[in-house]
Design a protein around this ligand. Sequence first.
Ligand SMILES: Cc1cc2nc3c(=O)[nH]c(=O)nc-3n(C[C@H](O)[C@H](O)[C@H](O)COP(=O)(O)O)c2cc1C
Length: 149
Amino acid sequence: MNTNFYDEPRDGSASLLHNVVYCSRAAPGVTAQDIDAIIATARRHNAARGITGLLVFGSDIFFQWLEGPKSNVVELMERIHRDTRHNTVVELSVNEEVRERVFPTWDMELVQLDDIREVLQDALRDAQAAVNAKALRQLLQRIDQADLT
Ligand SMILES: Cc1cc2nc3c(=O)[nH]c(=O)nc-3n(C[C@H](O)[C@H](O)[C@H](O)COP(=O)(O)O)c2cc1C
């Protein structure tokens, strides 16, 4: 975690933000070390590109929330689509609006399955923008449907 607030104006007002939420299936043989490597790369790359968000992994399924400047998030999604450590990438929500980040201090936080509902419920309580609340509700619903253990 860090305390950067990236591209947000200093007066605390919101800026144009691109948000992608997707789920995918881990490739056979992906290990805890692979997840650690993904997070380490993500923190390094994302910090330099003003991207924040979270990654959930469980039952061989990934969920990821990405938010940041559009060109950087789109470029990252292209890399993520090509990554052979997972497949069947399904975008659950894509939106762009002037608003504040939901996870402004997380370069990329690995959230445990046991904690994800609480994290999302907290974010939902704080969500100012309707579009954020909608994407958070969609993600919560998908995680419940996936019946992760
Ligand atoms: C589920 C998943 C999530 C990922 N999330 C990120 C991320 O948030 N940021 C990032 O830079 N790379 C992420 N990666 C890794 C990228 O796919 C890619 O390997 C990495 O950006 C390095 O790209 P490069 O080898 O072209 O430099 C993720 C990979 C997977 C499988």
